[in-house]
Design a protein around this ligand. Structure first.
Ligand code: ATP
Ligand code: MG
Ligand code: FE
Length: 334
């Protein structure tokens, strides 16, 4: 199975060709991070315009580098949602045009299933499994009993983990995106400040990061008001420790409750070095196999969309030329 994947849900325009769901033939990404940095975050209208600029180039690059011809493709897979509507529409319309022009089936993909399937580039998936999805817009525990089956068993009640990273970073005066900045800064600090951990009700697999975010922001403001020097590295390290502890413990509870044969980690925040190392340690202690994608497959890319799209294609998922972007697409429909 040879699939061209297209991704444009947020601030990366990407296209990739993937064979049999696991072999990457090409992977082109045009990132807009440098453009949005001066605004301190993604500006939706600006993002859409840049997607329009890049989509054709990125698709051409992916096809060229793959060494695959249009006739060799089985389908085109595209991110239908969730994401920014203006951004999604660029990828969806590009995919529709290519599907029409080359007579190829169109397969709709849920962005988060793409993040999960990035793990299949590392190792074959074994079911049942539990995936911890931590990204800019999502923090979820997803139970999969087989390929292409997704059940959300825990989710954030307020902010996503990535949002908390980005907001804390902004309060510390660090550039966008804040996650990697906090990660780097934390390396130089100690987790010496106690910030809250939101465990919620006994046994709950849900998350909450807004209380932690406020606690960190209040701490910074209070110290500054008292005229005290703040230790940014210690704040970053303490914040990161709180996020990692809750994520790791709840993922392990889910893995045991659902008899997971594997734990997967997915989404941009899984690039975080503390979360990676804590998760590795915890999974090793319980002898549960863990997969974490390499850094470049943690953040948005189209190889992961093609990988998930391969499963969708084999399941018979199809869209016609009426396909539209869906900002709040539910994962259970995939
Ligand atoms: P979604 O996938 O939910 O639609 P998104 O696509 O914007 O959202 P990703 O691109 O998957 O999210 O991830 C971006 C997020 O990852 C940002 O919040 C960024 O700060 C965070 N991030 C990236 N690297 C790190 C890191 N090393 N530590 C913590 N967070 C990180
Ligand atoms: Mg992104
Ligand atoms: Fe993403």
């Amino acid at each position: 199975t040879m699939i061209l994947g297209i991704e444009s849900s947020c601030d990366e325009t990407a296209a990739a060709v993937v064979e049999n769901g696991r072999i990457i033939r090409s992977n082109a990404v045009a990132s807009q991070i440098d453009i949005h940095r001066r605004f301190g975050g993604v500006v939706p209208e600006v993002a859409s315009r840049h997607h329009v600029d890049q989509i054709t180039l990125v698709c051409e690059e992916a096809m060229e580098k793959s060494g695959v011809s249009w006739e060799d493709l089985d389908a085109i897979a595209v991110t239908q949602g969730p994401g920014l509507i203006g951004s999604l529409l660029v990828g969806v319309n590009g995919a529709k045009a290519l599907s029409f022009a080359h007579g190829l089936p169109l397969v709709p993909v849920h962005h988060i299933t793409g993040h999960i399937y990035a793990n299949r580039f590392v190792q074959e998936l074994e079911f049942p499994l539990v995936a911890m999805v931590v990204s800019g817009g999502h923090t979820e525990l997803v139970y999969m009993k087989e390929h292409g089956s997704y059940q959300v068993v825990g989710t954030t009640r307020d902010d996503a983990a990535g949002e908390a990273f980005d907001k804390v970073a902004r309060t510390l005066g660090l550039p966008y995106p804040g996650g990697p900045e906090i990660d780097r800064l934390a390396e130089k600090g100690k987790p010496s400040i106690h910030f809250p951990r939101a465990w919620l009700e006994e046994g709950s697999l849900d998350f909450s990061f807004s209380g932690l975010k406020s606690a960190v922001i209040n701490y910074i403001h209070n110290e500054q008001q008292r005229g005290n020097e703040i230790n940014e590295a210690d704040i970053a390290s303490s914040f990161q420790e709180s996020v990692a502890e809750v994520l790791v413990r709840k993922t392990l509870i889910a893995a045991e409750r659902y008899h997971a044969k594997q734990i997967l980690v997915a989404g941009g925040v899984s690039a975080n070095s503390k979360i990676r190392s804590e998760m590795e340690q915890a999974a090793a202690t319980r002898s549960i196999p863990l997969i974490i994608p390499p850094l470049k497959f943690c953040t948005d890319n189209a190889a992961m969309i093609a990988a998930s799209g391969t499963i969708g294609f084999l399941k018979g998922m199809r869209a016609d030329l009426s396909l539209n972007g869906s900002p709040n697409l539910p994962i259970e429909a995939f």
